[in-house]
Design a protein around this ligand. Structure first.
Ligand code: FES
Ligand code: FES
Length: 164
């Protein structure tokens, strides 16, 4: 019989007390044990980025981590982006720029972009392109994803300028 371990995962500010096998991936635990099904799973071996979530603010591939490794850390998933009546600026920009088609890759791109802009609000175009190229999209051709993320970055810069 496989031993199962009691852990608490904090997702989007809510504690989820779950019992998992030590080998349970974080992606599976989020989806199947915490009910956070917005995180998608594609390749399951760290290539596509569909499963990207934020761990203490840093984008990580949740298919490459064990759930037990995320205990005591702060997890954010796509469900935590919007407020009650408003999309997150990146979600709005993805909509405005048609940066998704089938949408399978979108939660991963949104979390990658969120973590990147929060940590590097002044990221330049080339670096942004490089970061976003780590996730795969089979539909959009990437240009609209780049446009959407650039727009949010530029709006953040303008806000920062205005506050000075
Ligand atoms: Fe995790 Fe593809 S499902 S990187
Ligand atoms: Fe379909 Fe990106 S929108 S894979």
């Amino acid at each position: 019989m496989t031993t199962r371990i009691d852990i608490t995962l904090n997702g989007n500010g809510t504690d989820h007390d779950i019992r998992v096998e030590p080998r349970r991936t974080l992606a599976d635990a989020l989806r199947q044990d915490c009910g956070l099904t917005g995180t998608n799973v594609g390749c399951e071996h760290g290539v596509c980025g569909a499963c990207t979530v934020l761990l203490d603010g840093e984008p990580v591939r949740s298919c490459l981590m064990f759930a037990v490794q995320a205990q005591g850390r702060r997890l954010r998933t796509v469900e935590g982006l919007a407020s009650a009546d408003r999309l997150h600026p990146l979600q709005q920009a993805f909509t405005d720029h048609h940066a998704l088609q089938c949408g399978y890759c979108t939660p991963g791109f949104l979390m990658l972009a969120t973590g990147t802009l929060e940590r590097h609000p002044d990221i330049d175009d080339e670096s942004l392109r490089d970061v976003l190229s780590s996730n795969l999209c089979r539909c959009t051709g990437y240009q609209n994803i780049l446009r959407a993320v650039r727009e949010v970055r530029d709006a953040g810069r303008a806000d920062a300028e205005g506050a000075r």
